[in-house]
Ligand binder design. Structure first.
Ligand code: NAD
Ligand code: TDX
Length: 339
């Protein structure tokens, strides 16, 4: 089995490659990644020389490069992670989100039609459903919830999902879509809430909480997401959408306070800053469908997952110090100083 994994040098894609190399050592894995600011080749140091792994630097929007790779490798399945993934950046500059997340998905699916595959899997997000109110805790996103994206990022992901379903209906392309909640774990780029707070706390820097910190996310340990995608690839039905959730709703402020506690840092580091524009209040995922149809449910408790994550950032300082020593500093200044 040959798998083409796009965006594999990013957070979830790299965790997925590590998971699959262990789970299916007989598979051949090709990672296609543009290596944007979010992609990191050093993540692959331990697998770069594996005979069943190949890295190719390319842009998913580059039709010629994508077709060339399909011609050369003839992958059986495509798992499409590559995307611009940060909501705050999409608010500053939407264009690249439309380009990569929508056009890039179309280019890949065109290649799948041209060369033939057994499955194109779109890694989507619960954010395509918009948000839920805080005062109706029983409301959850199901696969039937209408798409109602709030940010340029989530609108671009929702557009891509619609295209994926259109390619299935129009061209009978064998597709599946998964819509997962907020992931956390090793190798997450430090622009996202949890690694940003861990790293700032370690450095004794202020911890910038947007608004009052009452927004709720449903956090899932990244390996649980990887397991679910593996299952969908092998047992999911073409044309179907599967929600993936952590069964773990938490307020941002409670996460940040927990990180302070686990690192032995004072809560006085917490600083309330201007809210995100159009900030989604609450995400909560009903994953009954994948539980009933494929037998998946999240196993990792948040208390354990967050400990693992903190330990990983403590043990892998070179990985993130290289990141925060570069272009990230300009990003941080632009987004947080005088916010
Ligand atoms: P990430 O930003 O950490 O990684 C994205 C990767 O895609 C990087 O390696 C980057 O170099 C690559 N990439 C970007 N543009 C590219 C292009 N034009 N061509 C080729 N490669 C390109 O993102 P992530 O958090 O790992 O998210 C992966 C996928 O999962 C995304 O599609 C995202 O929408 C989805 N998702 C993320 C979460 C989450 O909590 N992080 C939750 C649900 C779904
Ligand atoms: O400095 C911060 N302070 C803060 O209060 C940051 C970076 C975030 N926040 C808040 C905003 C959100 O309510 O924390 C929450 C989580 O923020 P992010 O980590 O940026 O994630 P979110 O916007 O929820 O989106 C994530 O989950 C769904 C991923 O980035 C998406 O790619 C995924 O689709």
């Amino acid at each position: 089995m040959k798998l083409l994994i796009t965006g594999g040098a990013g957070f979830i894609g790299s965790n997925f490659i590590f998971y699959m190399l262990k789970k299916h050592p007989e598979y051949y894995m090709i990672c296609l990644d543009k290596l944007t600011y979010a992609g990191n080749l050093s993540t692959f140091a331990s697998v770069m020389d594996s005979p069943n792994f190949r890295f190719v630097k390319a842009d998913v929007c580059d039709r010629m490069a994508v077709y060339r790779l399909f011609e050369e490798e003839q992958p059986d399945m495509v798992v499409h992670f590559a995307a611009e993934s940060h909501v705050d950046r999409s608010i500053e500059a939407p264009d690249i989100f439309l380009q990569t997340n929508i056009i890039g998905t179309a280019v890949l699916m065109d290649a799948c039609r041209k060369y033939g595959i057994t499955r194109f899997h779109q890694v989507s997000t619960d954010e395509v459903y918009g948000d839920l109110p805080l005062d109706r805790p029983n409301l959850l996103f199901t696969e039937e919830t209408p798409l109602h994206a709030s940010s340029p990022y989530s609108a671009s992901k929702a557009s891509a999902d619609l295209l994926v379903l259109a390619y299935h209906r129009t061209y009978a392309l064998p597709v599946t879509i998964s819509r997962c909640s907020n992931n956390y774990g090793p190798y997450q780029f430090p622009e996202k809430l949890i690694p940003l707070m861990i790293i700032n706390a370690l450095k004794g820097k202020s911890l910038p909480v947007y608004g009052k910190g009452f927004n709720i996310r449903d956090w899932i340990y990244v390996e649980e997401h990887c397991k679910a995608i593996d299952l969908i690839l092998h047992e999911g039905k073409n044309g179907e959408v599967y929600n993936i959730g952590g069964d773990n709703e938490m307020r941002n402020i409670d996460i940040v306070k927990l990180i302070c506690k686990l690192l032995g840092k004072p809560e006085s580091l917490i600083t309330y800053v201007a809210d995100r524009k159009g900030h989604d209040m609450r995400y909560a995922v009903d994953f009954t469908k994948i539980r009933n149809e494929l037998g998946w449910k999240p196993e990792m408790k948040f208390e354990d997952g967050i400990q693992n994550t903190i330990h990983w950032y403590l043990d892998n300082k070179t990985w993130w110090e290289e990141i925060i020593g570069g272009e990230y500093q300009n990003y941080y200044e632009k987004m947080y100083v005088c916010r």
